[in-house]
Ligand binder design. Structure first.
Ligand SMILES: [Zn+2]
Length: 95
């Protein structure tokens, strides 16, 4: 794998978002720090550190993180609503 310093910013930002999965994902060691990271790619902390090194502020990185966490929570809410709808319909069909 390329050094994190050689990865272009767009790819880093894309990979950062992928580190906040909304579904089932596989994890392996980050090649930089060995923390758990989705797909064995760079972990969110190493990506954030590299973005910071390139000039991004902590505030911007935190806002991005919060947005991604909100997306994960929205996805969970959606999935539990869908589960409830399925349960209600199955109950209705069984009646
Ligand atoms: Zn890492």
């Amino acid at each position: 794998m390329a050094s994190i310093k050689d990865v272009d910013t767009s790819s880093l930002l894309y990979e950062f978002s992928r580190q906040f999965p909304t579904g089932v994902s596989t994890f392996a060691c980050c090649p930089v720090c060995s923390a758990s990271a989705r797909g064995g790619n760079f972990c969110r902390d190493c990506i954030a550190a590299e973005l910071r090194r390139r000039g991004a502020t902590d505030i911007s990185i935190d806002l991005a993180k919060q947005g991604l966490i909100a997306k994960q929570q929205a996805s969970l809410s959606y999935e539990s609503a869908v589960e409830e709808i399925r349960r209600q319909i199955a109950e209705q069909e069984a009646a």
